[in-house]
Design a binder for this molecule. Sequence first.
Ligand code: ATP
Ligand code: MG
Length: 430
Amino acid sequence: MAQYSRPKGTQDILPEDQPYWEYLYAVVAEIARSYGFERIDVPIFEMTELFARGLGEATDAVEKEMYAFKDKGDRDIALRPEFTAGVIRAYIENGMQVYPKPVKLYSTGPAFRYEEPQAGRYRQFHQFNAEILGVQSPLADLEVMLLAWDIYDRLGFKGLAFQLNSTGCPECRPGYITALQDHYHAHIDEVCEDCQRRIVQNPLRVLDCKQQRCQPVIATAPKITAMLCEDCESHFRELRGYLDALGKPYTLNFRLVRGLDYYTKTVFEVWAEGIGAQAAVCGGGRYDGLAKLLGGPPTPAVGFAVGMERIVMVMKTQGVEIPKLPQPPVYLVHLGDVARTHAVRLLTDIREAGIGAQIAMSGSLRAQLRHAHRRGARVTLIVGEDELARGEVTLRDMESGEQVMVPADNVVAALAQQMSESSGAKTAAN
Ligand code: ATP
Ligand code: MG
């Protein structure tokens, strides 16, 4: 027999980890909806061209990390490395520009990048993604930033602060890029090979370089915030004004960039204590030029994406308390053939009454009871042949250990009663 292992960079999310994931999905969806965002689901794969255009040929995600292949119809297909390109495609294709503006959308699901796996970096990972389409106002920037903040906050992360920058627009960015290129050409022998290439192909990205040798050159590079046009400058000023008014801490970080022309104005991240530069948990910004680039009407847009694996990682290291997943409250144990058949009937009656239940599938009475306990049952029904012959089954409260006999034809009502009493007792105790 062959031994199979999961492909490099993928993960199995086992039942013991699921409480983190279910909780996280529930929290992000609940907060997003409370802000007025609506869910959209787009395909996991799209035409490769969409990502090549949407993210840019010179980005790592497209150039090095894309899962691209030909399908059996000879189409160029790629697994999505992120959500935004697909969401904008869907917005255009479905005529969503006629929706009342702003259009506020969120998604969750897997994304794929062919990267070197390490802690918090996988080839299949999951994102929460949110965008606001159709409005130019800095209020939209503020709204997605607050959403990202609230997610971190609700999860109990400590020491939150925004990292904030503006990357200008096609009006003012070319002037900045020239200044940046002049600076790099004066130091070209001091920077890494990637940056020697980037400064020509995708100049803003040099600011994002993690190589040690490039750090001094980045530190002395000109800053874009000193070179913004009036429109970008006032947009940035208004946004900072709101953040100031709300008392939300932010650090101006001129190294935060998105490399391409259709990214405009705001770029942000949220950092939390103990995580940050090496482990960006979310990244966002404005991309007013993207819809037009993808063949749609000009549509201002701003959004962000959160890496779910990295959030789970932080939840674990910061010891965030998460609720346990609910277990079916009722467990049926049985002794003998007649009792087993009766227990099966009871099982379906209980479920039909809307009460979660499971049945022991093997083992002695003791083993079955032990299993009921391990599975966190609140009530165990013991179906024994002698009791059944008397028209009774035993109902055992697993917390107190108390047992009562109930008429076999009245089990569902007795259970319902027991459930409401014990949940009542729980609420009273809280
Ligand atoms: P990084 O600098 O860490 O590579 P990025 O700039 O490529 O991040 P984005 O494209 O902004 O990341 O994606 C948004 C979020 O998705 C990131 O902040 C991160 O939390 C998560 N993310 C990105 N790539 C991966 C990956 N390979 N595995 C797990 N999470 C990822
Ligand atoms: Mg990356």
